[in-house]
Design a protein around this ligand. Structure first.
Ligand code: AMP
Length: 113
């Protein structure tokens, strides 16, 4: 499958991996928008949030759990962080393999751009 995140997950192309287990993988974003900008992806190719099925509920939970563990590892749990999932054009999604953006290390603003 011609999916850049699947290729990072299977090791075909390199990623700066910060967390992994049998369900999810997390690696640093190449174009970081915060001091810590990490992408948390399911190993399963799920193109968008629209494609999550009831069977994938566990995977989304695993992604959330990974975010918590990454925050602990980076030492940002108390100061805080932001989780973002973009979906399709209006959401600003550019890579069609669902992912959580984990952003930390600076004060976030609201509303988002
Ligand atoms: P989105 O726009 O929500 O689909 O997010 C896609 C993200 O993937 C962007 O922030 C890109 O900077 C990032 N990205 C694209 N290719 C790579 C890569 N090979 N390694 C790490 N991050 C990437």
């Amino acid at each position: 499958m011609d999916c850049i995140f699947c290729k990072i997950a299977d090791g075909t192309i390199p990623g700066d991996i910060v967390f992994e287990n049998d369900k999810v993988l997390a690696f640093r974003d190449l174009n970081a928008q915060a001091p810590d900008h990490i992408l948390i992806i399911p190993r399963k190719h799920i193109p968008t949030m629209n494609d999550f099925t009831s069977e994938d509920v566990v995977i989304f939970g695993e992604m959330g759990q990974a975010a918590k563990e990454i925050a602990n590892t980076l030492g940002v749990s108390e100061q805080g962080y932001r989780i973002v999932v973009n979906c399709n054009d209006d959401g600003g999604q550019t890579v069609h393999h669902t992912h959580m953006h984990f952003l930390a290390g600076r004060q976030m603003t609201w509303p988002p751009g």
